[in-house]
Design a protein around this ligand. Sequence first.
Ligand SMILES: Cc1cc2nc3c(=O)[nH]c(=O)nc-3n(C[C@H](O)[C@H](O)[C@H](O)COP(=O)(O)OP(=O)(O)OC[C@H]3O[C@@H](n4cnc5c(N)ncnc54)[C@H](O)[C@@H]3O)c2cc1C
Ligand code: FES
Length: 274
Amino acid sequence: MMTVCKAVAAGNVASNRELIDGHFLMNVKLPLSLERPLPGQFLMVRIRGRREPFLGRPLSVYEFQRHVKNVTCEFLYRVVGKGTQFLSQLRLGDAVDVLGPLGRPFEIYPPNRKIVLIAGGMGIVPMTYLAGHYRSSGAGRNMKIICYAGAQNADALVGIERMQTCSDTRISTDDGSRGYSGLVTDLFARDLRTYDPRETAIFACGPRPMMKQLAVMLKDKSFPCQVSVEERMACGVGVCLGCVTAVKDDWGKRQYKRVCKEGPVFNIQDLIWD
Ligand SMILES: Cc1cc2nc3c(=O)[nH]c(=O)nc-3n(C[C@H](O)[C@H](O)[C@H](O)COP(=O)(O)OP(=O)(O)OC[C@H]3O[C@@H](n4cnc5c(N)ncnc54)[C@H](O)[C@@H]3O)c2cc1C
Ligand code: FES
């Protein structure tokens, strides 16, 4: 099994603030040697010197900027367990180690396509970075980008403002406290007929049930649709096999692929959702 070695980059926290309950925006200063992550790629972030948790946590990139003396990488994350809890306690100047960029990025289509993004919860992070990538590439500046962004309720909607600056953003909440009342896939389903598969590319990231529902909706349609899958990870570089997910091979038979290596981006119809 071949693995590509990536150097660990030593960074320092430039800011880390709570945007809404349990959701943090962290900016990390890193050396110029860190490659610009492509949309869909992720970084393993670890607190330097900490034994517990020993392993880094995979995070998508929310924003990346190159400066004269360093680069800055912004992460938007939700506290769900020990690793993210410790991240949330980091203060200005604290040391973190970053490994990456890792994983297979989204395939970027030429700017003659309409781009539809579907983001559930923290799926807004890679979708925003992707939208920003299109907007900052000369030809993509005038592209039509539509984002369907969903959360459980208005208080859990995070990161929407930045998305609104680079797309026509349509919001749903499960309880109807903001935007469309219902699931984000239902909101998208209402518009699906208006999109032509020959000129539309769909990208999605969100909870598994959301992506499973999207796969059902698109089953007999010819839209290209790439999704970013979030599995628990240990090594992040293809060695431990801790992140495998079931996919179909060329004959439709079940096989397993490593999300950190062959993913996290997959074509939606290649994934097995049971
Ligand atoms: C490629 C990739 C990109 C990611 N990008 C982001 C991001 O930008 N922002 C963000 O908030 N989170 C992101 N995640 C999820 C994030 O990595 C996990 O929430 C984090 O690793 C949890 O670590 P923990 O120690 O806090 O929780 P743990 O103690 O490890 O787990 C706590 C709970 O969270 C669940 N959990 C843990 N990891 C995942 C996961 N990967 N997917 C779904 N549930 C999980 C566990 O099942 C458990 O119920 C990403 C995951 C991947 C694989
Ligand atoms: S996390 Fe170790 S193989 Fe993917």
